[in-house]
Design a protein around this ligand. Structure first.
Ligand code: ZN
Length: 138
């Protein structure tokens, strides 16, 4: 069995963003030389997500509106977590959008369903953050 580990770095200038990282994950898979196995991709920060869905701008706008309804950023004073910080909403948004994804690797490719793409979801940007890519297989 082979294993591969890499950290992808992001520095998003806006507070929130969705970034398609599918090609970066596929590059990791190519580098790994693994053709059959599993790939784990997870955010290494508690205010960011990795999730799978459609790369469609209307949907991304809908996520943004939905998450702001669920956990509005303002007023920051509404959250108990916001003592000396202002990112309680980002923790909640991350919880809803998830920490990680696992994708099957078949014949050296990400074995996706129709329209599936991997995204990094940033909810408290303006600083460097990491995503872990771990691949095991043969
Ligand atoms: Zn916090």
């Amino acid at each position: 069995m082979k294993s591969y580990r890499k950290e992808l770095w992001f520095n998003v200038s806006t507070r929130r963003a969705f970034i398609n990282i599918t090609s970066q994950v596929q590059e990791c898979l190519n580098e790994s030389g693994i053709s059959e196995g599993l790939i784990l991709v997870n955010a290494m920060h508690i205010t960011a997500s990795v999730f799978i869905n459609d790369d469609e701008s209307g949907l991304h706008h809908d996520y943004e509106a939905w998450l702001e309804k669920l956990a509005p950023h303002e007023p920051v004073s509404q959250y108990r977590h916001n003592v000396g910080e202002d990112n309680a909403d980002a923790h909640l948004k991350r919880q809803v959008m998830g920490r990680e994804v696992v994708v099957a690797v078949t014949d050296g490719q990400l074995d996706f369903g129709t329209w599936e793409q991997i995204f990094y979801g940033e909810f408290d940007g303006g600083r460097k953050k990491r995503v872990l890519v771990k691949i095991i297989g043969a």
